[in-house]
Design a protein around this ligand. Structure first.
Ligand code: NAD
Length: 242
């Protein structure tokens, strides 16, 4: 309890799924949480989660949107202690059947969104001399995925960007880690479709995970309990990639 007492957290893609679960746990741990999303649902999610959670409309692919969101959070709360780059999209398709439009769409959200987020928030954290950035990658960022070429490419990119940013920002007291969930019970699972069906039977723990089980790991990385963890991958996949 109270592992995030007094901290200001910004969680993208917080309207539902893992982002909403992270906002709930963060608020329970004492943080003020701003959830952002391009879905209108973000407002009702914030209302449901209580007074410690507020919502902002936000498209993570847009540089101007990031400037507005960071400015609003800093104007309201003075600083940002935790950034969770959680927003993401899944599109299936191997190398040969991924259109350029699909490639660009997935890169814009999953990769450029994370880049813009870290770049916008790092100077705010540097002023305080501390901060924790958690980038949500995937087990698709640990191995190849024949049926989701663009998705896997972006999740590997997030892993590399995390390590690079961690090395750059460590002297400023800012930690940067990536989280690699396996198969998680969120609305995205419906989009994973046959991909999820094919791998679920191979999960050694014998089940998919809840969004809260990922959020517990993100809470650890957001809090000072993980003060010496930075620049690395944290896997939560029921041993699927073990
Ligand atoms: P989800 O689809 O339930 O939630 C993703 C959220 O991101 C949605 O609310 C969506 O509106 C938001 N979003 C998408 N594009 C956006 C944009 N341009 N700007 C702002 N918000 C945007 O899925 P989830 O499972 O909660 O996914 C969270 C993260 O976990 C994603 O990065 C996803 O790639 C990753 N992940 C999910 C699984 C899984 O099995 N569900 C596994 C590994 C990794």
């Amino acid at each position: 309890m109270n592992r995030l007492d007094g901290k200001i957290a910004l969680v993208t893609g917080g309207a539902r799924g893992q982002g909403a679960a992270e906002a709930q746990l963060f608020a329970d741990a004492g943080a003020r949480v701003v959830i952002t999303d391009r879905l209108d649902e973000v407002d009702t999610t914030a209302e449901r989660l209580g007074d410690a959670v507020e919502a902002l409309r936000h498209d993570v692919t847009q540089e101007d949107d990031w400037a507005r969101v960071v400015e609003t959070v800093v104007a309201g709360h003075g600083r940002i202690d935790v950034l969770v780059n959680n927003a993401g999209i899944f599109r299936s398709g191997g190398l040969r059947d991924t259109s350029t439009d699909t490639w660009n769409e997935v890169v814009a959200v999953n990769q450029t969104g994370v880049f813009l987020g870290m770049r916008a928030v790092a100077p705010v954290m540097m002023r305080e001399g501390r901060g924790s950035i958690v980038n949500i990658s995937s087990i698709a960022g640990l191995r190849g995925v024949a049926v989701a070429h663009a998705y896997a490419a972006t999740k590997w990119a997030v892993r590399g960007m995390t390590r690079s940013a961690a090395a750059e920002l460590a002297p400023h007291g800012i930690r940067v880690c990536s989280v690699h969930p396996g198969i998680i019970d969120t609305p995205m699972l419906g989009e994973l479709g046959v991909v999820a069906d094919a791998v679920t039977t191979r999960i050694p723990l014998g089940r998919i995970a809840s969004a809260e089980e990922v959020a517990q790991l993100v809470l650890f990385l957001a809090s000072d309990d993980s003060a010496y963890c930075t620049g690395h991958e944290f896997v939560v996949d029921g041993a699927l990639t073990a």
